[in-house]
Ligand binder design. Structure first.
Ligand SMILES: [Zn+2]
Length: 321
């Protein structure tokens, strides 16, 4: 409930169902912090930011598994996606991992509020496992970095900035979509890009519609996904085409792409990307997140249907500290 600071009058209120779905709203609610005080991006994506994880009130489960099984003697806690043992009326979990704690229990409180949980590295399919081509094996006009003759070439950050660590250099994630090609195939994306002159796949990670995360260009190598300003920017490619109008010669924007797919990132794709970016933020200290078009207006990438999701990642890297 939001009250006017001067008068104490009720100027707006939001009531919640037990799991946090907004069921009643009136007047002004000049705050994004709702339900047990968490950052709400519900209007955009239907997920609550729960400190360490994201919580979706529609499915009443966290979208990323808790890192700790809290109580081995209670089988309910083994469902690591369950929110407060499926009993939100009795329990409240403001830190996102305080399952079953009573505020009156000082021991429980102290162990659960001092250190945030470590974010587990998501499973990433290695280049070897998806059959990646060796960098440079297609010729690659991008070429190898040379400070004098090819300053824009394929460069290890350790060669570009010998005195800096990787976490000093990496500060931004940039999202892309595959666009018109719509191969949904990471190996084909790499082959097409290398035949087009790139030394290797342009991006550091690729996320499929099923939530699979693929290793792209080595994280210690500068990407080739935004013109002239690739240093420090981790490129993440979403397989698919999220600008549906581009797929039709008629110019009509239809609610599916040329392969009959829904032209927006899937829930699995977004959740996998949230887990990936949360982990990257923990490892390297990410400060900002963009869609490609925000850095390069001539491109519509990652598509107008994907751009609303970028705010999730902006919030994620700015709020989790
Ligand atoms: Zn792009």
């Amino acid at each position: 409930m939001v009250t006017d600071a001067e008068t104490g009058a009720v100027v707006g209120q939001i009531r919640y169902s037990a799991y946090g779905e907004e069921r009643y709203t009136s007047g002004m609610t000049p705050t994004d912090y709702r339900y047990t005080g968490q950052l709400s991006r519900l209007a955009e994506i239907g997920l609550y930011h729960y400190g360490a994880r994201w919580f979706d009130p529609e499915i009443a489960h966290f979208v990323q598994a808790d890192t700790v099984v809290p109580d081995a003697s209670n089988p309910a806690t083994f469902d690591r996606f369950a929110y407060t043992r499926n009993n939100p009326i009795r329990y409240n979990d403001p830190m996102g991992h305080d399952v079953g704690c009573s505020a009156a229990d000082p021991k429980c409180k102290s162990t659960n509020t001092i250190s945030p949980p470590k974010i587990t590295k998501p499973y990433i399919i290695s280049r070897r496992n998806w059959g990646a081509l060796v960098p440079g094996s297609k010729g690659g006009g991008e070429g190898l970095f040379n400070r004098e003759s090819n300053p824009g070439g394929y460069a290890k950050y350790s060669d570009l900035y010998p005195s800096k660590s990787l976490s000093d250099v990496l500060d931004t994630v940039v999202f892309h979509h595959e666009g018109n090609q719509q191969t949904y195939d990471v190996a084909q994306v790499q082959k097409d890009e290398m035949e087009g002159g790139a030394y290797d796949i342009a991006y550091h990670y690729v996320v499929g519609a099923d939530g699979s995360i693929y290793e792209g260009r080595d994280i210690g190598v500068r990407g080739a996904h935004v013109p002239d300003t690739n240093s420090g920017k981790i490129g993440i490619l979403w397989l698919g085409d999220f600008e549906p109008g581009m797929a039709f010669e008629s110019g009509l924007r239809l609610p599916f792409d040329i392969n009959g797919n829904d032209p927006r990132p899937t829930t699995a794709q977004i959740e996998a990307s949230v887990n990936l970016v949360s982990w990257l933020d923990q490892e390297y200290g990410i400060d900002s997140a963009y869609g490609h078009t925000e850095l390069y207006r001539k491109s519509v990438c990652p598509g107008s249907n994907a751009m609303p999701f970028i705010s999730i990642f902006r919030a994620l890297v700015q709020e989790i500290r």
